[in-house]
Structure formats: C-alpha cells, structure tokens
Design a protein around this ligand. Sequence first.
Ligand SMILES: [Fe+2]
Length: 421
Amino acid sequence: MPAATSSVLQQPDSPSASAPISQLSATAPRADWIAAYETVRTETERRAAPLSAEDQLVQSMPDASPIKWHRAHVTWFFEQFLLVPYAADYRIFDERFPFLFNSYYVSAGPRHERPRRGLITRPDVETVTAYRQHVDAAVRALITEADNALFATICSILEVGLHHEQQHQELMLTDILHAFAQNPVLPTYDSERRWPETAGEGGAFAELAEGVQTIGYDGDGFSYDNEGPAHRVLVGPVRIARSLVTNGDWMRFMADGGYETPTLWLSDGWTTVQAEGWKAPLYWREVDGAWFSLTFAGLEPVDPNLPVCHVSYYEADAFARWAGKHLPSEAEWEVAARSGLLDDAFGQVWQWTRSAYLPYPDYRAAPGALGEYNGKFMVNQMVLRGSSLATPEGHARHSYRNFFYPPARWQFTGLRLVDYH
Ligand SMILES: [Fe+2]
C-alpha cells in the first residue's frame, strides 16, 4: 500500500515517539516552548494553505465549522485564557472577536450561534491571519518575558492551548472533507495524498487474560483531564482483533443486507438508517456498479484492504452484531494497546468502543472556564480510542479518550472487534 506523501498523515504506531509539547515542563528552556508554539501554529496554517477564501468560509452542517473559524477560534483561546489574564500590556485585537470565536465556554461570555458560523463573511481570511500574527507576537513576548513564578502559573494554559489547537487541526480536515463532499464537482484537497500504510488485514485475535488492570493516564507529561484519574478495572478474558475492520469486510456486510436488516440495529440506529437513507459509509458512491469514496485526493476506488472509515457508532454496532462479535470496551482497548496486541492502533481510524463517555471514578472538572473543556460533555456520547490519519503527530496516547455522538460519521472513524469465545 502506498505510504502517505505528507508527514502530517504519518502517525507512529506507538505514541511514545511524541512531539515536544507532550514532554515540556515549566522548567524547560523558554526557547523550547516558543519552538513548540511555532510548530503547532505553523501546522494549522499549513493545513489551511491549500484552501481558498471561499473554501475557508463554508459551513456544510451545524456540527462542522468553517476553516476560517477554526483558525480564529484557536487564536481566541490563547487570547482569552492566556493573554488577557496574564499579559499585562496585552491589547485585544478586536473587541468583537470574543463573541464570534468563543465556541462553548459559557463562563467566558456570550457567543455566536454555532450553526451560523458559515454566515460570518467578515472578518475576512486576511484579517484572521492578522489576528493570528497579533496573538503570536504577544504569546512569544509573554513566554520570553514572564518571570519564573508567572511562567509556572501559565505554562499549563499554554500547553492546553497547543493541544487544543492540534484537536482543531484534525477537525479542519474532517470539516473541509465534509464540505467538499457537498459539492457536485468533488474538489480535491491534495491530489498527492494517499491513505497511510497499514499493517495489513488478518483474522488473528489476541488473547487478553482475565486480570485487574490499570487504565487512565498516570505519566508525567500532558493529558486531558478526562483521561484520569487512573484506576483499576477488571478486564478479560477476551479475544481482541489485531486488525481493523476493512472495506472488504464492510462490502460483505452490505452484500448480506446489513443496511436492510432491522434486527442487526439498535432502535435509534435503525431509525437513523431509515431517516438518512444510509446504504454505505458516508463518502461512498456507487459508480457503474463499483464503489468509490471521496478522499483528500478526490473520488478514489474503495480499496478492500484498507480500514473502513466514516462509519457511525450505530453502523459499527450493527456490523459487530452481524459478525457475531462485539465492539471492545474502552478498558479492553487500552489494555490491549498498552500490551502491544493491536495493529494500526494509531494513525488510521479512530475506533469506536462500546463504552459510554462517562467520568472515571472520582473525576472532577477543573474550576473556571477551562473546566468546561471535557467534563460537561459526559453524557449521550460514545468513546473512541486510538487516533486517525488526520491526527497531528504527537497528539495520540494510549489513554486518549475521543468522543462523539452515536450517529456521527464525518470523523475518521472505524472499528475493530472483540470475541468472548
Ligand atoms: Fe475549541
């Protein structure tokens, strides 16, 4: 299989080869912090570079955001949480921007309606670029000039701001692909871009013996609050698939009437299949009897050997039932991944688990606006593990908990199976 042509799509199979921002501490040289900041900010602009001003404005559905909005929102995050409280001489770039570019932080003030972000023609992309440069200069100055006591206070905000921006880098790609899928001419984001190399398919299952295991983040680097506290869980015995479910597997599910068999589906899933007319993964198109999929490089034939992608939790659950197996719990996934039992755990597709997105035992959100980051979403969503081909380098961890609503399909989402026999 062809390797990715761009380093952004290549993800180490083990997250141990992490980017500098996962290892920085308050005592790290300030030059290292500035370098980390520049690296992340530059990557955002690199992802936006192939896109015109028109591309950057479009909002194809309420769940997706315009690229211009992403570029401004991650900038507002540094302005709101780092510069305004801690940079004594900081001048807000534009007093109207906090209303436009606050996402969901109720504690940070009123905000524009999410579904109407695509109507914001002004500020234009050049002004957003100027906003980014204004904030970049102020953050660089703050990092350079803060005394040690102040820097010890602010480095955790700087750090979460960088990881936050990396999350939006992934969303930029998922959102623009969804926007392009609405365009009958099927635009190309990068004609050279190919799916990253996989470990390949295989029917092998790895044994996970019964035992009490620890899951959750317990290291010294960065993690989101929802990854802790680390705690003990009973796992196994279970057999977990080393490989991801492939497009070929999915074609067999479709050919066997998977989308037309109500007994395979959860009630909410079947209602959604009927309402949305689902017959295949989100970006698949049937052309003269053959399946194609919209990719970053345009419409490409579906490769049966690659992991299936852009399927919802409902579809993943139905597929597992059809296969006579199950989705893993997030604990089973994490223990298996830490044990090196999973191929393509990272860098291909986020993998649905059957675990609801709930707080770990004794989880408490941080006080203040940043406490709204994860905790308030802990209902009605399902956990995904691993990372995808769109996840920035160094952003993945064994303990990382992604989460989406069960019908969501526009993320790079797939699955692997478990069996209890
Ligand atoms: Fe955000």
